[in-house]
Design a protein around this ligand. Structure first.
Ligand code: SAH
Length: 370
């Protein structure tokens, strides 16, 4: 088979320029050469560092969250515990370790990993060796008929978005075409009819719409409304409507040209959380207020957890480790780092919002316990 770039070029010659969403999907998910199919590029040696790779505290707190949601659901058995796009498997490993405090939850949890990438499935199976688990290509394949607890960290951003630009009082769509020398270039062409977009947008405004993110959220909302349970979606994104171009490519922790080497870089757009939440509600579920990751983690007690870990490190003479835990904490919660850019959405069918989304505010002025 011709390399991915040649196949994309052929597709464009035959059918015309691709929407950004189509281009992203082909680059990320081509079964032979797509980014996720070919490079499990996670962690410090990879292309980007996610929260579960930053610190074990992230998955542990989500484990505590899951147990408390399960309790609020009436302790159902079985409960389908599904992670969407588990990457290296770190989050689920940390979640299960924290959940050991509640053996009945672990016994009830029917663990599903929703993962399309073959190399990542292998890495996840190895990381979770000894634990019963099943793989699925999509949430639809996870058997219904039991309530769910679903976690998706940096999952929604893998779904492409279309991009529209306001020019001379009308909307045009960004599409990927070819220039005279067969290089990929972004061009503007008239949008499809029926585009729902504000007509009072300022000149030059960029509007991103992700039908795929919304479709996933609506299906998730419908599933949770039917079977019960809760889902946590965490991603970098906006917590309110905003214009802006957020399409980017990362390779080796650096921003690169997203059109330069199809399949070689991680392509993402910021998640449009208000649109995702509205789609989940259309599906029939409830949503908790969109909450910044830093606030969410502090409400779940990350500062106390970090202090306990650091104290134990200091007791064993590991001042370096105690410092590292402090840095990890700041990385996850500081508004200048991941704390404000990342948002958390809960989609649920519970009587009240799950932990982390409601007052009381975090105990940021709490006295340090000696
Ligand atoms: N949640 C992990 C990894 C995030 S990277 C972490 O926080 O570290 C995105 C993950 O989603 C990868 O495992 C990727 O292979 C998977 N993925 C991307 N698109 C997918 C899709 N449509 N269906 C299932 N898995 C997908």
């Amino acid at each position: 088979m011709a390399p991915l770039a040649a196949r994309l070029a052929q597709l464009i010659r035959e059918a015309g320029p691709l929407t950004l969403a189509q281009y992203m999907t082909l680059c990320l998910h081509d079964p032979a050469e797509g980014y996720y199919a070919t490079r499990p590029a996670l962690g410090a040696g990879g292309d980007f560092l996610t929260a579960p790779e930053v610190s074990q505290m992230f998955g542990e707190l989500i484990g505590v969250w899951a147990v408390s949601v399960w309790d609020a659901m009436g302790r159902p058995a079985p409960v389908r515990l599904a992670e969407l796009g588990p990457g290296s498997g770190a989050l689920t490993v940390d979640l299960l370790r924290a959940a050991r405090a509640e053996p009945a939850f672990l016994a009830a949890a029917d663990l599903w990993l929703v993962e399309t990438s073959a190399p990542l499935r292998q890495a996840q199976a190895a990381r979770l060796a000894g634990r019963d688990l099943s793989f699925a290509d999509s949430l639809d394949q996870v058997p219904d008929g039991a309530p769910l607890i679903v976690i998706g960290n940096e999952f929604l951003d893998c779904f492409g978005a279309r991009q529209f630009v306001r020019r001379d009082g009308t909307w045009l769509e960004h599409r990927v075409g070819l220039d005279g020398e067969d290089r990929f270039v972004l061009g503007l062409s008239p949008p499809p009819s029926g585009l729902e977009a504000p007509e009072d947008a300022p000149e030059g405004a960029v509007l991103e719409i992700s039908p795929a993110q919304e479709a996933l959220a609506e299906a998730l909302g419908a599933r949770i409304a039917r079977d019960g349970g809760a889902a946590l979606l965490i991603d970098y994104g906006r917590d309110r409507f905003a214009y802006g171009d957020t399409f980017q490519a990362l390779a080796g922790h650096r921003k690169v040209d997203p059109l330069a080497a199809p399949g070689a870089a991680d392509l993402t757009v910021h998640v449009d959380f208000p649109a995702v939440a509205a789609a989940a509600r259309r599906g029939g579920a409830r949503t908790a207020p969109i909450t910044a990751q830093g606030l969410f983690l502090r409400r779940l007690g990350i500062e106390t957890r970090a202090e306990a870990l650091a104290a134990s490190a200091r007791r064993s003479g590991r001042a370096d480790l105690a410092d590292r835990i402090g840095r990890q904490l700041r990385r996850l919660v500081d508004p200048a780092e991941m704390g404000a850019l990342f948002q958390v959405l809960a989609v649920h069918a519970l009587a009240g919002d799950p932990p982390g989304f409601a007052d009381p505010p975090p105990a940021d002025d709490a006295e340090e316990t000696p």
